[in-house]
Design a protein. Structure first.
Length: 243
């Protein structure tokens, strides 16, 4: 049977060290000031077809202080991206078969890590931000986002069998205006059984030039979007040298 963290999107190359949970109390979450919800892209300002190494991507990851004075970051994970990003079990949805096949053929260097606004030991339900950067030609990165939108539109509800009872996955995706060159906000909700109450988990998938910026903030929508905006700004500045 899936655990309580099953609602969190699977993280590229296992960079995610824990999942958010709605059960945390307000006292456990840090006070945050308003954060950016927009960020410029790189199209028209740089060579969008330039590809980067995993070491270059690592240097462009958000520093921990970007999400809080006491925040800390996990050790970055570098590798070669050659699989679609997770976010549920699409296996029982027929339209997903072809889309997933194309997504799995996409490749590129990658770097990722997890940021936690709170210091000290990690508890289930603590806020987190998982960030992954993937480099590929801009046209391919744009196609990746298009396939993700098609996947969500074609499979809005997927039923997954578990040992206890069937669970329904609810998938939605919206375009985010003024975020990078293209951006999608995805939500994943689980309903069914005694453990799943339909709480949404949020992921931003965005293109800045030819770099995919994937940011997952669990159940915290504001933290997810604001962190994605900061990540896009950093990619534009550090990798594309665009002011």
């Amino acid at each position: 049977m899936r655990g309580r963290g099953a609602g969190c999107a699977a993280v590229l190359l296992m960079v995610l060290t824990g999942c958010g949970d709605e059960g945390s109390t307000a006292e456990t979450k840090p006070t945050r000031t308003p954060k950016p919800t927009t960020a410029p892209g790189a199209d028209g300002h740089a060579d969008a077809d330039k590809v980067f190494t995993d070491a270059e991507l690592k240097a462009a990851l958000l520093p921990a202080k970007a999400i809080g004075k006491k925040a800390r970051a996990s050790e970055p994970t570098l590798g070669f991206f050659n699989q679609h990003r997770g976010g549920g079990d699409w296996g029982t949805c027929e339209p997903a078969t072809k889309l997933l096949g194309e997504l799995r053929r996409m490749q590129g260097a990658s770097a990722g890590h997890t940021l936690r606004p709170l210091s000290g030991p990690v508890s289930d339900g603590d806020p987190y931000v998982s960030e992954s950067l993937i480099s590929m030609p801009a046209e391919q990165a744009s196609r990746y986002l298009d396939l993700r939108r098609q996947l969500h539109d074609g499979c809005p509800v997927v039923t997954v069998d578990t040992e206890a009872a069937p669970v329904d996955e609810h998938h939605q995706a919206w375009r985010l205006p003024d975020m990078g060159d293209e951006a999608v906000l995805e939500t994943l909700r689980y309903t069914g059984g005694d453990e799943y109450d339909g709480t949404p988990h949020y992921t931003v998938e965005m293109r800045v030039g030819g770099v995919l910026v994937l940011v997952d903030g669990g159940t915290d929508k504001d933290l997810t979007i604001s962190s994605a905006a900061k990540a896009a700004e950093r990619v534009r500045r550090e990798l594309y040298k665009a002011s």
